[in-house]
Design a protein around this ligand. Structure first.
Ligand SMILES: [Zn+2]
Length: 411
């Protein structure tokens, strides 16, 4: 981002965009592609290579350069003519599979599509904007997050591209790490949430921490939680307890906490050595607990290590639907749990997805954007997202579904 600003400030540089898998919101970004339009390509390349964080210039030409930043990240710059900006942006955003499918559509119409534009008989007919490129092959603009050739082209052809959930749809965050016996910290979080235009905030405390922090038994716990303001700065406060799912699938949830909390989030924090079958059984049993409303980190995947799921997500989502439990996308870039493909399972099963920052400080609320990108890659619309609901709707969901389950599934 700093690099983007650095380039924009250069004289003669018109547009700067980060393209590549980064623009598609991919969880792992190997390198960064920067696209710029400028009257003077050489000057733009000079400016790019002079960025203070550049550790090494690997290659440099009149309209392109490759550098390595101090962080180790490789960044490629391309300077293109304004009339080719859209086609270059489309080309460098990818994905490869999506672009190949697009090129095939162009060929069928007797067009040639490449990074320089869309051409008929050698004459340019489109390319200055991405919209013009897609329009040339008869499609509306496809959002970058969907460009994986997973059905988005067919959906665009049929006029059925989903209206993806966006930042302005989000009304709050249901997984913010706070100490529920610290009203001052709670107020600080609320102010930050109000600044983002949010209506509610789920302040989450670990059951184990809270229990040991508050000596004096059940009444002391209830007293401490009662000192939290029900709302502050116009933001509703939800007192949420995060509890461990024991290896046998029981929720480690002391009664006084259960009674004092507005909602319960369950997560597996230990006992990772179980087999896939055992892990699935454990999660399915936890989903039967009448107090559980949100399942966090269901697949406990680690993106960077590329570990396979050790739980049957199709079964988990199916059971969550039956139990009326939401699943979570956490913004932690190392996890982004659940993944984009599991979002599709949740969407089809009607399981609400909660997008959470898991912030530990007010600044951390901005991290919710990472969960949002993941949700968009998973084709989620606002109606699929739990924290896109208005406060009355969320309140009703938290109460209503609970009652229904308590009646049919005794503890
Ligand atoms: Zn948590």
């Amino acid at each position: 981002r700093a690099l983007e600003a650095h380039l924009r400030a250069a004289p003669g540089v018109e547009r700067v965009t980060l393209a590549g898998s980064f623009r598609r919101g991919r969880e792992t970004v190997g390198d960064l592609d920067v696209l710029a339009t400028a009257r003077d390509g050489r000057a733009c390349v000079e400016r790019f290579c002079a960025f203070p964080d550049v550790a090494r210039v690997a290659a440099r030409g009149p309209t392109k350069a490759t550098v390595a930043l101090r962080s180790g990240l490789q960044v490629d710059l391309r300077v293109v003519a304004p009339e080719a900006y859209g086609s270059a942006l489309q080309y460098f955003t990818g994905s490869k599979a999506h672009s190949i499918a697009l090129r095939r559509m162009a060929q069928k119409r007797g067009l040639k599509l490449n990074e320089y534009g869309v051409f008929r008989d050698g004459r340019r007919i489109a390319g200055d904007s991405e919209e013009s490129v897609y329009a040339a092959v008869g499609l509306p603009l496809v959002p970058p997050e969907l460009r994986e050739n997973r059905g988005e082209i067919e959906a665009a052809q049929a006029g059925r591209l989903p209206p993806l959930v966006c930042a302005s749809d989000i009304r709050g965050d249901l997984h913010v790490h706070c100490h529920l016996d610290d009203p001052d910290l709670a107020r600080t979080f609320c102010k930050a949430a109000a600044a983002r235009g949010w209506a509610y905030l789920g302040l989450v405390d670990q059951a184990s921490r809270l229990e040991s922090a508050i000596a004096g038994g059940p009444s002391a716990t209830a007293d401490a939680l009662a000192r939290l303001p029900p709302e502050h700065a116009g933001v509703r406060v939800l007192r949420i307890i995060e509890c461990d799912i024991a290896p046998d699938g029981a929720l480690v949830l002391p009664d006084p906490l259960k009674a004092a909390a507005d909602a319960v989030i369950g997560a597996i924090h230990s006992g990772f050595a179980l087999t896939r079958d055992e892990q699935t059984r454990r999660t399915l049993r936890a989903l039967q607990h009448p107090a559980l409303r949100i399942l966090a980190q269901p697949s406990r995947r680690l993106v960077a290590r590329g570990e396979p799921y050790d739980v049957d997500m199709a079964q988990v989502i199916h059971s969550a639907a039956a139990a009326g439990v939401a699943v979570e996308i956490t913004a932690d870039p190392a996890r982004l749990d659940i993944g984009d493909l599991d979002c599709g399972l949740a969407r089809e099963a009607g399981v609400p997805v909660s997008l959470s920052s898991e912030a530990t400080s007010p600044e951390g609320l901005a991290d919710l954007d990472f969960a949002l990108l993941q949700a968009r890659r998973g084709w989620l619309e606002a109606s699929h997202v739990l924290n896109a609901r208005s406060w009355p709707d969320l309140d009703e969901w938290l109460r209503g579904a609970d009652r229904g389950r308590a009646a049919s599934a005794p503890e």
